[in-house]
Design a protein around this ligand. Structure first.
Ligand SMILES: [Zn+2]
Length: 73
């Protein structure tokens, strides 16, 4: 509830608060087979915004939307 209160102080709507909570919940990146031009590197897609990134465990958060990422197997 403390976390919720913090969000409320920012003046966000309940929908936005929900969105932030969702984004702060780690989600597994979606492995893709897209051609990235980078060999020997896996390619992943953000489960939230669909943004691409390569490599494993390179970022705790999506570069594009800030979605928290879960790299555990
Ligand atoms: Zn994203």
């Amino acid at each position: 509830m403390e976390v919720l209160a913090k969000y409320e102080e920012t003046g966000l709507t309940p929908e936005q608060v929900q969105e932030l909570k969702e984004r702060d919940t780690a989600k597994r990146p979606i492995k893709t087979t897209d051609e990235t031009g980078i060999k020997y590197t896996d390619s992943y897609r953000c489960p939230n915004c669909g943004g691409n990134f390569t490599g494993t465990g390179i970022a705790d958060y999506c570069y594009h939307c800030g979605q928290r990422l879960d790299w555990s197997e």
